[in-house]
Design a protein around this ligand. Structure first.
Ligand SMILES: [Mn+2]
Length: 446
């Protein structure tokens, strides 16, 4: 295990073998690492590895390339940056091809300098080339240059693959089902993230800025080994909570408002994705509590549908029924209740999907539909991890009680599908009104 992963090298090797076993005979797959991204002039964003590359290699450096060859014997080959004492003094240590081969379990490794010369030889004579066409222009050009070398070398006996297939479908199907090691990391990412939400709740009071609660969240992440958030942290007070991807986080929190925080740590590459909504001053009003409990009831109703064989439509139906009935009882929706439920009338205020796959990416890969026409939802299977995140959003113009205008409430947990049903990974982020009010009432940490 290297410092960047908590998953055994053998598991990465097994993933490569599993992928190779599904590749067509006499094929080669190319999976490039991410590049460093310039933030401004000569400074870069914190490096984030390409998740497909990472899933198959465990290798953390930019610019590398994984090559999987399926021929008489399967081979996994890594191209990576060479050791360079001068560059390493300036920009950090590099693994180098020798250590990469010894420590990461590749059959062969090369330096990037050898790429131009060696790569065409691995593609030569194969029937099928697999890579993520169109995902990366620079990489497309490299691959097409290799193909042109082969096509121009007929006299030397070179041949280019006649078929190009997108490799992503196979990798993404694998990524959808999490291994015990992955689940252990996601469980821990959830604990760290839950503690961060609790910390933000305890720091909340009138006059605090949204970015200050973000700072509490990020401190808790980093201090516990999750150096970055899995996505841009959302801290929205009052009406900002009704902007789904609000990340400005620059306004001051006011007494009487609710604040919505959507934040999750990235731990060893894996995301948590948790949302909590709580009163800035630590105490829900009666009406806030009613609407909050409605969203919570919808979440629980959705949870209770989750088991192998169920699907997002079934969970959605359960949440929609609870929300629609609750909005009707609050007098926000009117008409015939059965018709309202059939029409999913709650969607007027519950404006996004119920949830999504979660894993190395926060909106993780894997098809949601399984049939050819892509309108048959896939059934849940043990090892899938998903979010369940019902919400209600009333903008300042909404036709509701004035107290609810400019109120957004979302509650989001991370759920593992198990053999017998589900396991909620989000165990320690205060959620019931009592838990939230207790957490906010107890003596502040500082
Ligand atoms: Mn989410």
């Amino acid at each position: 295990m290297t410092k960047h992963t908590r998953i055994d090298v053998a598991e990465f090797a097994t993933r490569r073998e599993t992928l190779l076993a599904q590749m067509p005979e006499n094929s080669v797959a190319l999976i490039p690492a991410a590049k460093e991204l310039t933030r401004s002039r000569d400074t870069e964003y914190l490096f984030c590895q390409d998740k497909d590359f990472y899933y198959l290699s465990g290798f953390h450096e930019p610019d590398a390339l994984l090559v999987l060859v399926k021929n008489f014997g399967d081979e996994s080959i890594l191209f990576c940056r060479d050791k360079d004492p001068h560059q390493e003094v300036w920009h950090g240590r590099r693994v180098g091809p020798d250590a990469a081969q010894a420590e990461f379990g590749f059959d062969l490794t090369y330096t990037l300098d050898e790429l131009e010369q060696v790569l065409p030889m691995y593609i030569n004579g194969k029937d099928t080339l697999m890579f993520a066409q169109g995902a990366n222009k620079e990489f497309d050009e490299l691959v097409f240059a290799c193909l042109n070398i082969l096509r121009g070398g007929a006299k030397q006996g070179l041949t280019a693959p006649s078929t190009i297939v997108d490799i992503r479908d196979l990798i993404h199907e694998m990524r959808l089902i999490k291994s015990p090691a992955e689940i252990a990391i996601m469980r821990e990412a959830n604990v760290i993230s839950g503690n961060a939400h609790k910390r933000a709740m305890r720091a909340s009071k009138q006059g605090v800025f949204e970015y200050q609660l973000e700072a509490e969240i990020l401190h808790e992440f980093a201090f516990n080994g999750a150096r970055s958030a899995a996505y841009g942290t959302i801290v929205g007070g009052g009406e900002n909570a009704t902007i789904l991807h609000y990340t400005d986080n620059e306004e001051v929190l006011m007494d009487g408002e609710l604040v919505l925080i959507d934040a999750g740590a990235e731990l060893a590459g894996y995301a948590a994705d948790i949302t909590r909504t709580f009163p800035v001053n630590g105490k829900f009003t009666k009406l806030q509590a009613k609407v909050y409990n409605l969203v919570l009831d919808a979440q629980i109703a959705a949870f209770n549908t989750i088991k192998p064989g169920s699907n997002f439509a079934i969970a959605n139906q359960a949440a929609n029924e609870v929300l629609t009935k609750g909005l009707y009882e609050l007098g926000i929706l009117s008409g015939d209740l059965d018709e309202l439920i059939a029409d999913k009338a709650c969607k007027q205020y519950f404006i996004h999907g119920l949830g999504h796959w979660l894993g190395l990416d926060v909106h993780d890969v894997g098809d949601y539909q399984v049939d050819h026409d892509r309108n048959q939802l896939r059934a849940f299977e043990p090892g899938m991890v998903l979010t369940i995140e019902p919400g209600l959003y009333f903008d300042s113009e909404a036709d509701v009680d004035e107290e609810l205008q400019g109120v957004g409430i979302r509650i989001e947990d991370n759920i593992l599908v198990t053999e017998s049903g589900f396991e909620n990974l989000t165990i320690n982020a205060p959620k019931s009104i009592k838990e939230i009010e207790n957490a906010m009432r107890s003596p502040k940490k500082k």
